[in-house]
Design a protein around this ligand. Sequence first.
Ligand SMILES: Cc1ncc(C[n+]2csc(CCOP(=O)(O)OP(=O)(O)O)c2C)c(N)n1
Ligand SMILES: [Mg+2]
Length: 439
Amino acid sequence: MPSTMGSTSRDDLSRAGGARTETASGTTDGTTAGSTDDGWGGGAARTVGVLDEKGVRHPDPALDRWLTDVDAGDQEARATLLGLYEDMVVARRIDAEATALQRQGELALWPPLQGQEAAQVGSATALRDDDFVFSSYREHAVARRRGVTPVDLLRVWRGVTASGWDPYSVGMATPQVIIGAQALHGVGYALGIQADVERGVVAPVTGSSDDGTPAAVAYVGDGAMSQGDVNEAFVFAATWQVPYVLFCQNNQWAISEPVTLQSPVPLVQRASGFGVPGVRVDGNDVLAVLAVTREALHRARTGGGPTFVEAVTYRMGPHTTADDPTRYRDASELDAWAERDPIARLAAYLRAGGLLTDDDEARVREAADAVAAELRAGVVAIEDPTPLSVFDHVYAEPHPTVAAERAEHAAYLEGFADATGTTTTGTTTTDRAAQGADR
Ligand SMILES: Cc1ncc(C[n+]2csc(CCOP(=O)(O)OP(=O)(O)O)c2C)c(N)n1
Ligand SMILES: [Mg+2]
């Protein structure tokens, strides 16, 4: 940042947010290797990466040592790479289908992930089944990778349940909409892991390439970095040296506010102030994300404490289906980031190495279409709950205030029965879209 930072106006910063482009892999001129410094004024930070924007693989010993399996050049390596590719393509397809379902009135709201597939798939691929994830509302590819079915992914967004899946069955909490709150939940869970290990309730894994205790991972956005909860999470995580990874997807925007408005320095620099190791990675480079998350998890599993990861990426779509990003950002910004598309980048790498054929591509497309078709059929078949069921799970025991509110709402619904001559109805599709309109 320039030395005038202290007197920089909000408008100046907003403009900076629109104009500044990350040099995440630094290859707009095609000359720079994967890991680079960026041009964030006085707060320059190295952004690590191994795949440049054209999909060319660059060596980086610090990352390569976490990528020996995908670099092995054997059939297993190819299968892993194609798996990463397929997960990203399917995630984008689910995203497109969910967006269409919202436009058709079948979902109340949808927060698209387009552009963030590498950050999510790369990091989630590094996880073990016994790890536990706390996410925000946009980590659909992480959830899928944990084993959440596509239909369960959408239940909440249809407005028919407060919780789309059983967190313990997949090792991932349901989405957190209170910005940043999940960072503290993650630290709390990590403290629990630490206590369980100390008391012998949980035994660290031994004899694998991924030894050690389970870890907790919290996914937050760039905007969440301004929240008290996230900063408190840093303090607790550092104090207790818990097995924890705080994974920030810096997608450049918090709804209509650019990241440069929230932080005059790269977000990764915040971590050192708390005594937490931090790494800034090209979030559109799935291999680099996989590598840094593996390293962070290894540190967590082996008593090395927490790590902060800043994955530099971009939200290519709207904040949610209720948002219109053309009102606050230039088309040129989207064009610049489209050049760094995470899926196209991996495809270019695989194609160049003869690892992705036309047949593979067709098969992946078909698989993605099949998931989308299954998703659509499953979602439209979800039955609406009765309106009064919303009162059922407020407290475990009967509660007089809830009972009174329930009775009041029942009477309200009966009023509709009088007016229309029908019994009370569930939520209509039109209501669903209206529910999402103010988010
Ligand atoms: C505590 C809190 N404050 C404000 C909001 C409203 N809100 C919803 S999303 C959002 C922006 C979050 O941006 P970021 O953390 O960058 O995540 P992204 O949406 O980009 O994934 C805000 C402010 C909220 N949900 N919770
Ligand atoms: Mg953001």
